[in-house]
Unconditional design. Structure first.
Length: 590
């Protein structure tokens, strides 16, 4: 490393104008590489399937066929049910017919009046179902059937036509970006920073290649989300190096741990039965993390949201966000239980109240928006949510009365230039930095906003625009919008309501937090002190961002493109037809 530093120093000493020429080159090349990588990833995402697969069928005695297009299917009289059935004995939402990754099916009764039975045996809450079984919802009889061989062939052919873009050219472009950026930061921060900058970029590049090679070795083929995440984390290392390069080791370690967390969560989300068993442990962990913060945390910028252990400090509320989504989402068999919804609302109230006691109102607002999204997806009841919002706004007004320092933020909101030397100091400097950066920026490491407090966290959008240019600033926002678009589009094809609710709530959390960070820094919203996902400096924020990405990835229904169904598809290619309820049933069907 010392030899490399000496070589860099000799180059700079021998060529005084080299730094400005190289910086000018990077200012042009960086946006081009970013546009190429992100546009290719977005184009690949447009190949997401538009029609759901068919997994099994139900047949009425009159011969009418209902195709089951999800892992979880609501059976009932309601027009909103996946299978709308006739008969006065059928409840509006009568039962849920659900499968797992091993193609095992179960039916769950939703507290119906006339009950549910399988082959004449009434079930109490749930029962396994195999092909050719007869299911009775009250007096309505159905036969459970596999799809035909023709449909299987058509499904397999449709799967073969869906091929996400190969990642290798894009990963190579990202590697070139990282190498050029590493050298640009070294020459802008001068040679003493090299022992921090060079190793961290080597670790990031190595981790990126290791991840893609490992995933391809295991058969995964869809990498659009990860490409955007690695681009954003590259920008995050640039921000950290620009503001305080001594924190680079901590930041790159957080990225590595975040990738590991992403993989672990993805593996867990494959098995919905496991998810059901541990989701309330996640709820307890969410409350426990906030309680620990309330008791042991120290106050920073008016909020008690940091915990120090040894020489490290972190925000437990960031991990609590992941636990909250994990516990808040639900499969269809649990979705319509009033008891479960009541317990979730109690969990939400407890967490928001704890955040209020910690004076962490920015995070409380994020939790509240996520609560509204999950509650609507679980109940669909607008009237109740309106009442909840009314109570929340009343509580928020009381908080403003009790916490005078928060009023100061609202007093300067939309009037930052009038308080340019006091309450609007950070916002005015951020807007000045964005304007001075222009389209291409002044070059990573060369901005002045890094001298302003929280420039690498709360004001990070301004720093990126100043050093990388407005084009790159827009691109990092488009990355967040693309993640949200992917989640919303994939949810239409999602195989489980758990994946749908988790992805939508994760999306709302990412988008709302990004909006608070972005608009707060330019005085379009009050400055709340929340981070920009993937980009802001901070270990807890980085773990939170990678963890949320796992919930989005689980909604991907393309073959071998997601943790949630990759193993399923490889097994299904040569899997025999699942065991039926008996030879007699098979003979009867033939």
């Amino acid at each position: 490393m010392s030899r490399l530093c000496n070589m860099i120093k000799q180059i700079l000493d021998a060529n005084p104008g080299f730094t400005s020429v190289y910086t000018g080159f990077c200012r042009v090349v960086f946006p081009i590489i970013a546009i190429l990588v992100l546009s290719a990833a977005l184009i690949s995402l447009f190949n997401l399937p538009k029609t759901p697969e068919v997994f099994a069928m139900l047949r009425l005695p009159n011969g009418k066929i209902f195709r089951l297009k999800h892992w979880e299917n609501i059976l009932g009289r309601s027009g909103s049910a996946d299978v709308t059935l006739p008969g006065s004995s059928v409840n509006r939402l009568h039962a849920v017919l659900s499968r797992d990754a091993e193609d095992r099916w179960h039916i769950y009764d939703l507290d119906s009046k006339c009950g549910t039975s399988v082959n004449g045996n009434e079930i109490e809450s749930e029962a396994p179902v195999t092909y050719f079984d007869r299911i009775f919802l009250g007096d309505c009889e159905l036969q459970f059937l596999p799809i035909s061989e023709e449909e299987k062939l058509e499904r397999d052919e449709r799967r073969r036509r869906i091929r996400p873009i190969a990642p290798w050219a894009l990963v190579l472009l990202l590697t070139i970006l990282q190498v050029l950026l590493c050298f640009q930061l070294v020459i802008s921060k001068q040679v003493p920073a090299a022992p921090y900058i060079i190793p961290t970029f080597v670790v990031l590049t190595g981790a990126m290649w290791a991840y893609f090679l490992l995933m391809r070795f295991t058969g995964i083929i869809g990498f659009e989300l990860e490409l955007m995440a690695f681009f954003l984390t590259t920008v995050s290392l640039s921000v950290t190096a620009s503001c305080n390069y001594t924190l680079l080791y901590k930041q790159v370690a957080s990225i590595i741990v975040g990738i590991v967390l992403y993989l672990v969560l993805g593996i867990v989300l494959r098995d919905l039965n496991l998810v059901k068993k541990i989701r309330w442990f996640a709820a307890a962990a969410a409350i426990g993390l906030l309680l620990i913060t309330l008791v042991l945390g120290h106050t920073k910028y008016g909020a008690t949201n940091w915990v120090r252990i040894g020489g490290f400090s972190f925000q437990p509320s960031e991990i609590a966000k992941l636990c909250y989504i994990f516990a808040g989402a639900a499969t269809l068999d649990r979705l319509f239980r009033k008891r479960n919804l009541t317990m979730f609302m109690a969990l939400s109230f407890t967490m928001v109240a704890l955040l209020g006691l910690m004076s962490d109102f920015g995070t409380a607002a994020i939790f509240f928006i996520t609560f509204l999204v999950i509650s609507y997806l679980r109940s669909g009841d607008f009237a109740t949510l309106i009442l909840v919002c009314g109570g929340a706004f009343s509580g928020g007004f009381m908080v403003l009365l009790a916490k005078p320092y928060i009023w100061k933020r609202f007093a300067t909101w939309r009037h930052a230039w009038e308080y340019a030397s006091s309450g609007g100091y950070q916002q005015t400097r951020t807007m000045t930095a964005i304007a001075s950066g222009g389209l291409l920026g002044v070059g990573p490491g060369n901005g002045f906003l890094k001298r302003v407090a929280a420039s690498d966290t709360d004001l990070v959008f301004g720093l990126v625009c100043e050093e990388w240019g407005l084009i790159t600033g827009i691109l990092i926002v488009l990355c967040i919008i693309a993640l949200a678009w992917f989640a919303i589009r994939s949810c239409r094809m999602s195989r489980s309501s758990y994946y749908t609710i988790a992805a939508c709530s994760a999306t709302s959390m990412i988008v709302f937090q990004t909006a608070l960070n972005l608009f707060g820094s330019v005085d379009m919203l009050p400055l709340t002190g929340v981070t920009f996902p993937f980009v802001s400096n901070g270990g807890s924020s980085m773990l939170f961002a990678w963890g949320l990405l796992a919930f989005l990835k689980a909604t991907d229904t393309r073959p071998n493109a997601s943790f949630a169904n990759a193993i399923y598809y490889r097994r299904r290619k040569n899997a025999p037809l699942p065991v039926t309820s008996g030879e007699e049933a098979a003979d009867e069907e033939n």
